[in-house]
Design a protein around this ligand. Structure first.
Ligand SMILES: [Zn+2]
Length: 97
């Protein structure tokens, strides 16, 4: 049943996620991280969208995997961050518990 099956990201966790994203953004701007090609680009379903940084562990903000937005969503579903295609972080944040 979509987003309601996810562990609700509490304030602390949300802060960690936003912090990790900021660290990546800054690291790209300063050249410390270089955006790479999508790591699933050789799959025959093809890439779509912009390249995004994926965190396996938000506590390690500089350990990023590069994925196009389509494959990023696939990885999130595989790792249980999302349970369906429509769910997104902004949706979960905007809703009352
Ligand atoms: Zn891709």
């Amino acid at each position: 049943m979509g987003i309601f099956d996810l562990d609700y990201p509490g304030p602390k966790r949300q802060t960690t996620i936003e912090y990790a994203r900021k660290v990546v953004y800054r690291a790209i701007r300063t050249g410390r991280l270089v955006r790479g090609p999508c790591e699933r680009r050789r799959r025959k379903d093809g890439c779509h969208g912009r390249i995004e940084g994926h965190h396996d562990d938000y506590e390690r903000p500089l350990e990023v995997r590069w994925l196009c937005s389509k494959h990023h969503r696939q990885v999130d579903i595989e790792t249980g961050k999302r349970t369906d295609e429509g769910a997104s972080y902004s949706d979960s944040r905007g809703r009352a518990r």
